[in-house]
Design a protein around this ligand. Sequence first.
Ligand SMILES: C[S@@+](CC[C@H](N)C(=O)[O-])C[C@H]1O[C@@H](n2cnc3c(N)ncnc32)[C@H](O)[C@@H]1O
Length: 337
Amino acid sequence: MAMKSYVKTRIEEEIYRKLDIKHFSSSTNTLHIADLGCSVGPETYSAMQDIVEVIEFKYISEGLIAQIPEFLVFFNDFVSNDFNTLFSSLPPNKRYFAAGVAGSFYQRLFAAGFLHFVYSSHSLQYLSKVPEEVVDKDSPAWNKGKVFYTSAQKAVVVAYSAQYGEDMESFLCARAEELVRGGMMVLLMPGLSDGTSYSKCSHCMLYDLLGSCLMDMAQMELVSEEKVDSFNYPIYIASPKELEGLVKKNGCFSIERIEMVSRLTEEEEPPDVEVFTMHLRDGMQGPIKEHFGSEILEELFDRFSQKIAESSSHLIEESYKKPNQLFVILKRKAQAG
Ligand SMILES: C[S@@+](CC[C@H](N)C(=O)[O-])C[C@H]1O[C@@H](n2cnc3c(N)ncnc32)[C@H](O)[C@@H]1O
């Protein structure tokens, strides 16, 4: 995909220009890389291969062939991730050793000063939990009849944003401990352009649309309204400014790049409704299955697909052609933050 190649080029550029391999080579001959929220592949394999190749290239072009390190890649996700599928599908010609590390990336996962490079793609939008206030009937932030904050009251947005701030701080503090000084972090996640309202954000519109399908089903008594009221997505879509503020507040990382990128170029065709809904279902169904059970999935996603089709593909265009992905490169500061 174009986003991948645009992002890939930028990652290569930043690694090439800024990764401090001379400093690394003096202290180790194994580089430790982690993919946080790797899922089961295949995206993770190609990302890891690309990163290893560009680091090797940097050693060669700096005349350090004799010092090219070995690479050890840690694939991280929750304990419930299908690590068997992941490890049985690793490319046989990979140029790194592979290990799994199970657990939440909002906590420490590695020993201090152990990692040289961290990558995380489309995982940091997941909050560690749904903010408690939004499912509390007695709170002004109770998000009745909605599953997301797109068109919710201000108190709901504030609760989501506070949870995201807390989670990002935990993430940054854990990584600040684990990364060596000069270590690099590449983060890619759904984002919201600065100054854009939630009602114009394609990710937010889609969660709202799915919420409206659940409410329709509640009205037809296919699910209980109470069950819908107590369900909210643990997802947050940050803007570059918001994320920049959190990184600066944390103080342990320099911001090397932070920008919004789109998934496809003008020339490329987005998928049709069926494929689009299938991809969305893969990404969205987990929390629904957990809360409502799997019985409602067919009906819910049929309705969802119909509503997307009724949007005259405008939602698909928005999702693929507008810059709606946050691309961030950070470096661990030399001084403790
Ligand atoms: C949408 S998938 C992205 C997979 C892959 N990185 C990619 O770019 O295609 C998000 C993954 O993040 C994982 N994830 C979400 N929150 C996490 C957390 N706190 N700790 C570890 N993994 C997490 C999920 O389990 C899921 O596998």
